[in-house]
Design a protein around this ligand. Structure first.
Ligand code: FDP
Length: 305
């Protein structure tokens, strides 16, 4: 399966890099299942990654950010696995040559249910057997885990192959960077505001955290994974449960974070323990270095000032 995902990633990397030249930038005028305006690259990315997974023969059905319903793979309804994916994460970055990504998580199929039964997907992220992402940036990187550590592969464009470049990635226990859309600061719960105030206040022997926010979860998470720190997207009045989707954003990246020694939390509980009850469900997310996420949790739980 990784070979087919890598193949989809290569095609997307190529099309993203020349999208401005071949009329693939901009909106299509529709909204996806979760209400976001769809871009041409969202649709193209979805088609490529659905075929990449479907062609493996191992995938019975697929949940995608760009599909309203669960899509059964014709002729493979009894295959062993299910895929949850966000084919193009951070799509606000497509038209400005910013970093974007593909996120995927793979669950074992429940044998006693039809492939497209929603109950197939109403489970916890801890049940994933593989998770990963592809980041399209100055280079294209495929990062994934089969539950035994996290490995990163960089696309060698001349060879047309992903080569191992990041062996057994370990997330530092804490960092110096935080990523969040602080335009929501005044709308956030006071506990989140206190947390940000605490991060940005210099302390003896320890400087204040710096803010970096790309607008693409994959890119901000990738930095946290390699260099430490945390990304968070808490609830705000426009996003009552946060903005990010449990099945195909939070759970796969939570799996990667934990496999690298980091953490992922809703503030109330471990992301991988949250039982899904809708395929496009949103949850609050804090993800990255284990100590930074624990600090976030302590503010959310104890309301520390
Ligand atoms: P996008 O909607 O552009 O796909 O997936 C949701 C996401 O991007 C994340 O990648 C990103 O971190 C976040 O939303 C950005 O949301 P804001 O614009 O509200 O900051």
């Amino acid at each position: 399966m990784p070979n087919q995902v890598a193949f989809g990633g290569k095609i997307l990397a190529r099309e993203i890099s020349r999208a401005a030249l071949i009329g693939k930038l901009g909106l299509v005028g529709e909204r996806n299942a979760t209400g976001d305006a769809q871009k041409k690259l969202d649709i193209f990315g979805n088609e490529i990654m659905v075929s990449a997974f479907a062609d493996t023969g191992f995938v019975a059905s697929i949940v995608s950010e760009e599909l309203g319903e669960i899509e059964a793979v014709p002729g493979a309804e009894n295959a062993d696995y299910l895929v949850c994916m966000d084919p193009l994460d951070g799509s606000s970055n497509t038209d400005i040559n910013g970093s974007i990504g593909t996120i995927f998580g793979i669950l074992p199929r429940r044998k006693n249910l039809p492939a497209a039964d929603p109950q197939q997907y109403y489970r916890t992220g801890a049940e994933q057997v593989v998770a990963g992402y592809i980041m399209y940036s100055t280079s294209t990187v495929l990062v994934y885990s089969i539950g035994h550590g996290v490995y990163g592969f960089t696309l060698d464009r001349d060879l047309g192959e992903f080569l191992l470049s990041h062996e057994n990635i370990r997330c530092p226990r804490h960092g110096k960077i935080y990523s969040a859309n602080v335009s929501h600061y005044d709308e956030w719960d006071t506990r989140i505001r206190y947390f940000v105030d605490d991060l940005t206040r210099p302390k003896a022997g320890k400087g204040a955290y710096s803010l970096r926010y790309t607008g693409a979860l994959v890119a901000d998470f990738h930095r946290c994974l390699l260099e430490g720190g945390l990304y968070f997207y808490p609830p705000d009045p426009g996003h009552k449960n946060g903005k990010l989707r449990l099945l195909y954003e939070c759970s796969p990246l939570g799996f990667i974070a934990e496999q690298a020694g980091g953490a992922a939390s809703s503030g109330e509980m471990r992301i991988l323990d949250i039982q899904a009850d809708a395929i496009h469900q949103r949850v609050p997310l804090a993800i990255g270095s284990v100590e930074d996420v624990a600090l976030y949790d302590s503010f959310v739980r104890e309301g520390r000032a």
